[in-house]
Structures are given as C-alpha cells and as structure tokens.
Design a protein around this ligand. Structure first.
Ligand code: AMP
Ligand code: MG
Length: 401
C-alpha cells in the first residue's frame, strides 16, 4: 500500500532525514569552476579597476574648461599628449589642456571628465575644439568602481556562472575552493529496456532514463555514475543498489516503484534500509519512493520518463544542492495561461509549458510516458492539489527548467 504524502510533506521528510554534514572542499582552477559551488567568500584584495579609466574614445579634460561651450562656441584646448593603452598616463593636465585617450585608457593627473571624440574637432597644430560641455565624472569610471579591497565579490554557496568566472579573472583568483560534487548513482530497471544504441524489438523500448537523469544530475552540479539497465530480477537489482549506495551519495532507481507484484524497488529498499515515503500526491510522479540505505538517500522513481524527470527536478535537485551547500535559484516568470486546465483534486499537477512570443504560457499536454512533451518546454506550472482548475487567461507562475 502507498502511504501518500503531499509534495510539501515529501520535501520536509527528505529535508529532515538527510541533514548536511561536512562537505569536503577541493581546489580547482578558475577555468574548471563553472557550475561548481563556491566553498569560500571571494573577497577583493585589490581595486577593480585599479585606476580611473575612460569609457569612451575622446579627450581627457578638466571639466570646468568645457563649461558653456557649444557647436558654435567651442572651447579650444591644447593637446598635451596621447595616453597609450596598457600604459600609465605620462602627461598631467593643467587648465586649458587635454589629452587623447582611448576607451579603457588611464586618465592623466588632473583630468576629471572625458569628452567623446564625436563632440570634438581637431584643428591641427595641437589644438582641439570641444563642442559639448562635460560634467565632472562624465565618461569615466573610477578606481574601485567595480570592487574595492575587502568587498565580497562572490558569496560562498554561489553556483559559479560564466560571469562569475569573469569576476574571478578580474580579481586574479586563478584557484578557488569549491564543494566536492555529490555523486549520484543512476540505475534503470525493466525487462523491456534496451540500450539507446540498440534497435528495440517489438515490446522493447530504449532506455531513456539513464542518459536523461545522468544529464539532469550533471546539470544540477553533481557528478553521475551510471550503472546501466537491469532486468526485473530482485537479486540483480539488489546487488546494483547496494553497490551504488556504497559508492555514491544519492541513488536513483527508475522503474518498478509502484506497489505491484512486479515492482521490486520498495522490497529492496525496505529489506536493505528503510522506506521514508511511498507515493507523492503529484501528477506525474505519484509512485515515488524515498528511502535510505545507511545514511544514503535512495529514490525509487517512476519509470515514465516525464514523471522521473519531474521527481528528480522537484526533490532530487534541492537535495543535491543542499548536500553541497549550494544556493538554489529557480527562475520564475508570471504569465497568463492560454487555455483552461481542469482541476485534479487531491494531486498537485505539474504541467510543462512553453512561453510563446507574447509571453503566454502554453501547456504541453501529453501522457507522462511521452518524453516529447518535455522537448520545447521552457518550464512548468503547478496546479495545486486543492485548486478548482484554471480558466483560460488565468495568471500562473512558470518555473523555468
Ligand atoms: P514502471 O515504473 O517500471 O512501471 O514503468 C512505467 C513505464 O515507464 C513503463 O511503460 C516502462 O516501460 C517505462 N519505463 C521504465 N523505465 C524506463 C526507462 N528507463 N526509459 C524509458 N521508459 C521507461
Ligand atoms: Mg518496470
């Protein structure tokens, strides 16, 4: 018999049973940090930028020299030199003078603004006409505008993104400490499954879950150990599950998670450990098992790929993040739904949607076995357990994958 929990209860049970212990830390090169969880706050030790810089091509000036000038009444300044990229400004400005500077160039002593090239005219003989006044600070960034020593540039727990790598490189942090990846073991079960490289015979299907869940888990920042396909043979699966529980931090077993005679996952988890819950009041994904073998979380996922995916997204992903002390950021969009959706009393329904050009959420309908309904989905909406259904045009929150 299933002892069904709501999704909220399921999340709480998982949270309560698998506390975060010590999370080992390792050092990686900046270039390998993408997607990893920072184990340290990244504090700036220097000013970025390290000097006042121009943001345009033009002339560094003393702002007050340009006040009141215009197209018809240019301020005429003497050119005291050119600042070369990559070099410290070798000139300093005195009233009535200016210096040529490129975007990103160092600003000379005395300069407090830059006039864009487009607003100037070169009269030759070292005379530059300024056609438009510049307020102090115009077209420049100041030393430390980005970060100053002691500023926290990145927080521990951040999942490193490409622009975070940009920050690390600006700060010269070529090696950073990150959390060691949780290893997730993936086991697929079913007499009907063949490897994706094979042509299935009648009655057979290709194993979708092993590659899909492996990819999902990797995209969540964990590393994956795929154990392959196992026939519905209790002893074979048991051996694989015990091996995975020994070698991995989390185990996912897809297929055979219902409460029928031929469903072996519950029997195996129960005899080797404990079952924390069997059944989640959600659609798809009801026949889900959460258990433990020793202190390792073991999930019995429904074989239906879409169901397996949703359970992994909703329950395994936060657990992976928590076990690595990562911050989970789920991006959501508020949208109107394109069509009415009937209610599903008693079960929270997770429905893949895509956002069309107008930003309307369009449900992708499909039986949970059909993986094609996830292709093209931007994310999903949740229709709560106690909802009366949604009318066309109702406001929904789309959670992006
Ligand atoms: P089960 O949960 O074992 O009852 O399987 C439910 C449905 O999902 C059945 O139609 C299975 O054939 C299918 N299924 C189970 N495992 C996989 C898999 N790894 N890849 C694709 N479909 C699967
Ligand atoms: Mg099966």
């Amino acid at each position: 018999m299933l002892t069904v929990k709501t999704p909220e209860e399921a999340a709480e049970i998982i949270h309560g049973r698998f506390p975060v212990g010590e999370v080992p830390v390792e050092q990686v090169a900046m270039g390998d940090a993408l997607g990893r969880v920072l184990a340290e706050d990244i504090l700036a030790e220097e000013y970025v930028p390290g000097f006042d810089r121009s943001t345009v091509d033009g002339y560094a000036v003393i702002a007050s020299d340009t006040f009141g000038c215009s197209d018809s009444l240019p301020a005429v300044l003497t050119l005291s030199g050119e600042i070369l990229m990559g070099a410290a400004a070798s000139v300093s400005l005195t009233p009535g003078s200016c210096a040529a500077v490129s975007t990103g160039g160092d600003l000379p002593e005395g300069a407090d603004a830059v006039v864009m090239l487009e607003h100037t005219e070169d009269y030759g003989d070292g005379l530059i006409g300024i056609l438009s006044p510049a307020a102090p600070g115009k077209n420049m960034i100041f030393k430390g505008d980005d970060v100053s020593p002691g500023d926290r540039a990145l927080k521990a727990g951040t999942v490193v993104s490409p622009h975070d790598i940009g920050i690390l490189s600006a700060l010269g942090r070529c090696v950073v400490s990150v959390r060691r990846k949780v290893v997730v073991g993936v086991i697929s079960t079913g007499d009907e499954l063949v490897d994706p490289s094979q042509t299935p015979g009648r009655g057979q299907i290709r194993d979708v879950n092993t590659p899909m869940l492996a990819a999902a888990v990797e995209s969540f920042g964990a590393s994956v150990k795929s154990y392959g396909i196992f026939r519905d043979d209790e002893e074979l699966i048991r051996k694989a599950v015990l091996k995975a529980a020994d070698e991995c931090g989390i185990v996912l077993i897809s297929g055979g998670s219902s409460a029928g005679m031929r469903d072996l996952t519950a029997r195996i988890i129960e005899s080797e450990g404990e079952i924390l819950l069997h059944g989640i009041a959600m659609k798809p994904g009801k026949p889900t098992i959460v258990g433990a073998i020793g202190d390792k979380p073991v999930f019995g996922l429904p074989g239906h790929p879409v169901a397996a995916y949703f359970v992994t997204e909703l329950f395994v992903r936060p657990l992976i993040a928590r076990l690595m002390r990562a911050e989970v950021k789920r991006r959501t969009t508020i949208a109107r739904i394109s069509e009415a959706v009937s209610s599903n009393h008693g079960r929270a329904e997770y429905m893949p949607v895509f956002l069309d050009e107008e930003g309307t959420a369009r449900p992708i309908r499909g039986k949970s076995g059909l993986i094609s309904c996830l292709a093209g989905a931007d994310g999903y909406i949740c229709i709560p357990r106690d909802s009366e259904g949604l009318a066309a045009g109702a406001v929904v929150e789309v959670t992006h994958f």
